[in-house]
Design a protein around this ligand. Structure first.
Ligand code: AMP
Length: 411
């Protein structure tokens, strides 16, 4: 189905073409027609499926049809980075129109955001906390908002934003259409959907917690104290043009970035100890290819949209399977392929087991024939073992397994 078949405003079809999209992705094909007809939409879709344009296209279409004046559409996002990306997509899609979008996010000075809001943009993309601040100051008038989007609703829940979201929603007295997008649908989010949506069109792309397609996943068993060494080895031995490395804590991210930089890699750092300017610089550098490696924590990398991520390496096993799915979804975006590796210590095997049960597949275990699993840690150990109840005090190297060489790159 071509984009022209959706019945979108010609300025939007032109923008979509200019972005190089040839046909709607499945989530767009599922969400756009009912949304254009005015229906609410409940979408569960893996990351990287084109969901942002899935809600922005019908919203911009309706904004173009209605009279200008005041904020008429609001997108709420859990993180600043995701909000920035949504606003960038909105600008791209609205480039052949007069519509204006504004970003309202924490961590940046409030003055310019207040001024932009008072000017009455058509669309606001916001994180909940900052928007509430501006609403309390009387700078954000939302009584004309007809369309509301809650993006990554499950993450809003994880981050404790639901009370703020509900407070904001209660002020949207002119709300006519609501979109709820979530990677997963835990009971609380299903309940929220029940409260907010009227007979929504439902779009479900893939399994509820399946990792995005096009991704090859593997687990690398390794004693916790050798994870840093194994990561350095992998970076040297495998061709990884653009790799996103996840750590459990911001301190590990910082230390690991130093270690990897000392090995001669161009590295960016993305975690909450970095200033907004430093975070933007890290994201932009990674996006442009100036940084081959981006070391990040979960929250900082949420929603990160970089087309060319070829590898995602998790240096810890997340306790929550959805977090693993989200990390993995940073590669293989928009139908591309990618590799996702997870370094797993013996104490983390139960967590990996939970993830595997949720994925419905067992990840292949890979040991590297040319890596010394019995070595003492060299000086540079950035990744440390988390204290887990019942974790063995002394960690043994993984049981002997038939060595497998690193897989050759497919591209
Ligand atoms: P999203 O899931 O919204 O974060 O989008 C993931 C990626 O898919 C982004 O890089 C988009 O630019 C890209 N994308 C969105 N829609 C399409 C489409 N119809 N065809 C090709 N790429 C798309």
């Amino acid at each position: 189905m071509p984009f022209t078949a959706l019945g979108l405003h010609p300025a939007l079809v032109r923008a979509v073409k200019a972005l190089g999209y040839t046909e709607p992705s499945p989530v767009q094909a599922g969400a756009v027609p009912p949304a254009l007809a005015g229906r609410d939409v409940l979408a569960t879709a893996p990351t990287g499926t084109g969901k942002t344009a899935g809600f922005l296209l019908p919203i911009l279409h309706h904004l173009l049809a209605g009279p200008r004046g005041g904020v008429r559409a609001l997108v709420l996002s859990p993180t600043r980075e995701l909000a920035e990306q949504i606003e960038a997509v909105a600008r791209d899609l609205a480039r052949f129109t007069e519509l204006r979008a504004t970003l309202v996010v924490g961590g940046k000075s409030i003055g310019p955001q207040e001024k932009a809001l008072r000017a009455g943009p058509d669309l606001v993309v916001a994180t909940p906390g900052r928007l509430l601040d501006l609403m309390r100051q009387g700078a954000a008038r939302l009584d004309r908002v007809a369309a509301l989007v809650l993006d990554e609703a499950d993450r809003m829940l994880d981050m404790g934003f639901l009370p703020d979201v509900k407070r904001i929603v209660s002020k949207l007295t002119a709300r006519e259409q609501t979109f709820l997008f979530s990677a997963t649908l835990p009971p609380v989010i299903a309940g929220l959907a029940d409260d907010l949506l009227r007979t929504p069109a439902t779009v479900q792309i893939g399994r509820r917690t399946a990792a995005a397609v096009g991704i090859t996943q593997a687990a690398y068993p390794v004693p916790a104290h050798l994870k840093t060494a194994l990561l350095r080895h992998l970076l040297r031995a495998t061709e990884m043009p653009s790799v996103l490395v996840f750590t459990r804590t911001k301190h590990e991210a910082k230390k690991l970035a130093k270690v990897v930089a000392a090995d001669g890699f161009a590295v960016g750092e993305l975690h909450s100890n970095r200033s907004p300017a430093q975070r933007t610089k890290a994201m932009d550098g990674f996006r442009r290819g100036a940084f081959q490696v981006l070391v990040a924590t979960n929250i900082a990398a949420r929603g990160l949209d970089v087309d060319h991520v070829t590898h995602v390496v998790s240096t810890d096993v997340p306790d929550v399977p959805e977090d693993y799915v989200h990390r993995v979804g940073r590669t293989g975006r928009a139908g591309a392929t990618g590799d996702a590796f997870v370094l797993v210590s013996p104490a983390e095997e139960p967590s990996l087991g939970r993830i595997e049960r949720q994925l419905g597949q067992r990840l292949p275990r890979v040991t590297l024939p040319d890596f010394d699993y019995h070595q003492q840690p060299a000086g540079r150990t950035a990744i440390t073992e988390r204290k887990r109840p019942g974790a063995p005090k002394k960690l043994r190297p993984p049981a002997a397994q038939p060595p497998r060489p690193p897989r050759p790159r497919r591209r």
